[in-house]
Design a protein around this ligand. Structure first.
Ligand code: NAD
Ligand code: DAU
Length: 346
């Protein structure tokens, strides 16, 4: 597929969205980007600092028709990262997830259709497949979607909408289903940045249940390269798994990063489990690999680089962790858990 002249990247001030904007600036010399973001608690304009004049930042909400219509002007591709992205928050209140992850996607699709955008890529997740525990198989794109958390349910709903616009209106749509992503600039509510920043402050690392849940950790640069490959080469109407073929348990995450940071294992605390916890995700990324994409960054290398970034960029996460919003969330979510700490392996 030919190059795109102007890409609308929504959710561009978030963790993976900002990584993707950086990736396009580096890889596609002629492409202009509209970096669109509502700047919710998870959005951080600093994530887009220093990317040059091919990037135009627009503050806006993907559920706001007028804002999206204006941003869509002259755009030939849309890559939608904008979402409420944290499972634990979706268990506290699903409504913001429905509004952004479903309603927002409907607005984007309508406006992309109206603007005759050439291609629409929806950034989805391996969580749409549901729990694979008790089996050693890997999810395939042809599997039935079986989401189990409110977050995953809204991401699956969005996928169905995207596919329906492809079928009903002949829109050129593609979907990526990425696995757990980690790296610099991830909001410190997700396990890896939460545990790294807790460890740097000598605070406990709260592992849910027995810490046995398995995730397939993908470095952010590899995820962005995979999305870009699918945008340019993916077959219309298809979904593509993006995973690292690296299955790691929660206990292994905690131990590895404590080793990198030279902190004691005694910081690990087993706490009450996540309700409805999916104990294993694992995708088969063969379909994306057939397009020429490969996972380049190995787990240990990626974790070392990530730990280094947080150690070197304390001002970035001090600002986040010091905010009233973050402190309130931690108090609500972890306060009761840490006061009822379980013994290891209970
Ligand atoms: P993030 O929470 O770091 O960023 C989300 C961004 O979307 C934020 O900048 C936020 O301000 C913005 N946003 C939220 N609601 C919006 C709205 N209504 N309008 C405009 N902008 C809005 O999330 P992330 O981890 O970078 O994830 C990005 C995408 O990738 C999401 O769609 C997520 O479902 C998907 N994904 C994430 C992972 C992962 O492990 N982090 C893995 C696979 C897929
Ligand atoms: O798989 C892709 C998904 O990965 C993305 O779609 C989501 O946007 C992203 O948030 C992530 O979801 P998870 O729920 O897997 O990520 P999280 O970092 O919240 O949890 C990873 C694992 O670590 C999971 O088994 C729960 C566990 N965990 C998490 C936290 C925050 C803990 O044990 N303790 C914690 O404090």
């Amino acid at each position: 597929m030919a190059e795109f002249n102007r890409i609308l990247v929504t959710g561009a001030a978030g963790f993976i969205g900002s990584g993707y904007v950086r990736y396009v600036v580096e890889q596609h010399a002629a492409t202009q980007l509209v970096a669109f973001d509502a700047l919710t608690y998870a959005g951080n304009p600093q994530n887009l600092d220093g990317l040059g004049d091919r990037v135009t930042f627009v503050r806006g909400d993907i559920a706001d028709v007028e804002a999206v219509r204006a941003a869509m002007e002259g755009v030939d591709a849309v890559v939608n990262f904008a979402a409420e992205s944290h499972v634990d928050r979706s268990l506290q209140d699903a409504r913001p997830f429905v509004r952004t992850n479903v309603e927002g996607v409907a607005v984007l699709l309508d406006e992309a259709r109206r603007a005759r955008v050439r291609r629409f890529l929806q950034v989805s997740t391996d969580e749409v497949y549901g729990d694979l525990s008790g089996s050693d198989r890997h999810s395939l794109e042809t599997d039935v979607l079986a989401p189990r958390s409110p977050y995953a349910a809204t991401k699956a709903a969005a996928e169905h909408l995207v596919r329906s616009y492809g079928i009903s209106y002949g829109m050129d749509v593609v979907i990526t289903r990425g696995s757990n992503t980690y790296g610099p600039r991830q909001y410190p509510e997700k396990i890896i940045p939460l545990f790294i920043t807790n460890a740097l402050m000598d605070m406990p690392l709260p592992l849910y249940g027995q810490g046995t849940a398995v995730r397939d950790y993908l470095y952010v640069d590899d995820h962005c390269a995979g999305i870009d490959t699918v945008l340019h080469l993916g077959a219309s109407g298809e979904a593509y798994n993006l995973g690292a073929r690296t299955e790691v348990t929660g206990v292994e995450v905690a131990r590895s990063l404590l080793r990198h940071l030279r902190k004691p294992e005694g910081l690990i605390q087993f706490v009450a489990d996540r309700p409805g916890h999916d104990y294993r995700y694992s995708v088969d990324p063969g379909r994306a690999e057939a397009l020429g994409w490969v996972r380049r960054v190995a787990w240990d290398e990626g974790l070392a680089a990530t730990a280094r970034w947080y150690a070197d960029n304390r001002a970035w996460w001090d600002a986040v962790r010091g905010s009233a919003g973050f402190r309130g969330y931690v108090q609500r979510h972890y306060g009761p858990r840490l006061s009822q700490t379980q013994a290891a392996g209970e």
